[in-house]
Design a protein around this ligand. Structure first.
Ligand SMILES: Cc1ncc(COP(=O)(O)O)c(C=O)c1O
Length: 381
């Protein structure tokens, strides 16, 4: 095994990025964002209040909510945007509103809307859902061609009103849809008169990994949803953006579904605070991750594996003799948090996020290598 000292003594140190989060020193490999705690929210709200004040909203209209909506509309290159309490509701409303009389909608079989929304499209909006691409990040173009063909040949005339695409795909460890394939699907959907909705809960992760701006990624989509709590650290919330004509009276539908919170300014103030800085902070986190990965992958007991077409998820694999629980606990003592162990890897499924900017990669490597050494089963005699 490489001696720890030899591995990490070089005095590598990156300057702290401008937007580095210094409130907490804990590095959390568990979330898409900073996983802020109540005291941190208090500090940020105080900071925002002290700087610009916070103008309140009424039933999610006006004030800082409107500021956030305008900001995201601009960042996403759309005419307008509407705040929603959840992405689950934003997705459903985007799809139901655009389907109109064309009641069939295509979704990925691995998508959140198909698996994790209680069949809201079917149960609450009366839509016929066609899930394609079982087990895959997205479906093949041939499958979509075949679905359009079948739909056009039915005895009762039906049409596919909306094609909804989630990217990155949570159930595929946040892999993104390859932009070339995305364009092929878009072209086919357009040629068949379908509207396009993007579930871009983590669109900003994809933008950094592909080098394509969020607005270019969602340019051809009629509507796009982005989560306010994954990358932008609000306690909850979602933005749904699209044409002016689409967003204009959408608040009525939001209210019809019970989605009109009496006030949403605390959520909007936090998301607004992080909106512009996330991409730079995340790029810096990736730079640090790469250095750390290089150091870890020189060791005998730990390997970091990234995912092709992946975004923020990666795997830390350990050799068989490692006590995974002990390893995790040792790291917690050093203010480093991991998800529960995955015994099949064996190791941990982890996420890159801006909490990596709280530590130099060399110190991070030292902590992991120490924890690994400390938690090896004693060699058998
Ligand atoms: C890809 C994707 N879409 C939609 C959602 C739903 O978001 P919310 O929890 O705000 O309803 C999630 C949440 O995990 C998600 O991962």
């Amino acid at each position: 095994m490489l001696a720890l000292g030899g591995l990490v003594t070089s005095s590598f140190s990156l300057p702290l990025p401008k937007n580095a989060e210094k409130r907490s020193s804990t590095v959390k490999f568990t979330r898409d964002g900073l996983d802020l705690q109540p005291d941190e929210y208090q500090t940020i709200l105080n900071e925002v209040l002290g700087k610009n004040g916070i103008s309140t909203d009424q039933y999610i209209r006006g004030g800082i909510v409107e500021e956030l909506e305008d900001r995201f509309a601009r960042m996403l290159g759309k005419e307008g945007a509407v705040f929603f309490p959840t992405g689950t509701l934003a997705n459903q409303i985007a799809i139901r509103e655009q389907a109109g009389k064309n009641r069939r909608v295509v979704v990925q079989k691995e998508s959140h809307i198909y698996n994790d929304s209680g069949d809201c499209l079917q149960n609450l909006s009366g839509l016929a859902v066609l899930p394609l691409g079982a087990g895959k990040t997205t479906f093949d173009i041939e499958e979509l061609v075949d679905t359009y063909k079948r739909t056009s040949q039915g005895r009762v005339k039906t049409r596919i009103g909306v094609v909804s695409l989630e990217t990155p795909v949570r159930r595929k460890d946040n892999r993104y849809i390859e932009p070339g394939i995305l364009m092929e699907i878009i072209d086919l959907a357009r040629a068949n008169g379908s509207k396009l909705h993007m579930d871009g809960a983590r669109l900003y992760n994809m933008a950094v990994h592909t080098g394509i701006s969020p607005s270019d990624l969602c340019k051809e989509f009629d509507t796009v949803y982005v989560s306010m709590y994954k990358n932008f650290n609000a306690p909850a919330g979602a933005i749904l953006a699209g044409k002016d004509s689409f967003v204009k009276n959408l608040y009525h539908t939001r209210r019809m579904f019970g989605g009109s919170l009496a006030q949403a300014w605390p959520l909007a103030a936090i998301a607004n605070h992080y909106a512009e800085g996330f991409m730079d902070d995340y790029k810096e986190a990736i730079r640090r991750f790469d250095v750390w990965k290089g150091l870890i992958n020189k060791s005998d007991h730990l390997t970091i594996e990234t995912i092709p077409q992946g975004t923020n998820v990666f795997y830390l694999k350990t050799t068989k003799g490692t006590d995974l629980k002990g390893f995790k606990n040792t790291l917690v003592e050093n203010s480093i948090e991991l998800n529960p162990p995955d015994n099949e890897l064996p190791g941990f499924v982890m996420k890159i996020n801006p909490t990596l900017n709280r530590i130099a990669p060399t110190d991070l490597a030292r902590a992991f290598l120490d924890a690994s050494r400390k938690n090896q089963a004693p060699a058998r005699k």
